[in-house]
Design a protein around this ligand. Sequence first.
Ligand SMILES: [Zn+2]
Length: 140
Amino acid sequence: MESECIFCRIVDGEVPSVRVYEDGEHLAFLDANPRSEGHVLAIPKEHITTLDELGDEEIAKLFVVVKRVAEALKERMGAEGYNVVSNNGEIAGQVIPHVHIHVVPRYAAQESRAGFESVLPVDRKAKSRLEEVGARLKIQ
Ligand SMILES: [Zn+2]
């Protein structure tokens, strides 16, 4: 059955993505509209709408994936820090109704030291380098 959900279609491979981590229950891939170079989305493969609908064990495992991504961003991309953000519910700005955790690397060259909302909008250069960044970040 074909899903309407873009993230379920990415999980199924119907929609291409640059994958950086995958296991039986999770997928982490580069955001196609990165806020900074190496902006990753970590998701459970199962279609679940918001974080609170995940079981305690599932949420813990999802955040272990977030940690692996953060480690890779620091070690391989030279990120000095990162923002972890998840919008839950339309009123909170959730666009895709499938739980996703943004891991947005922050680099010294970026001017702002403030929160996620201050990160510059879509970086065209970052978008053109998705494949390259994905290969660099690939987590075994
Ligand atoms: Zn889905």
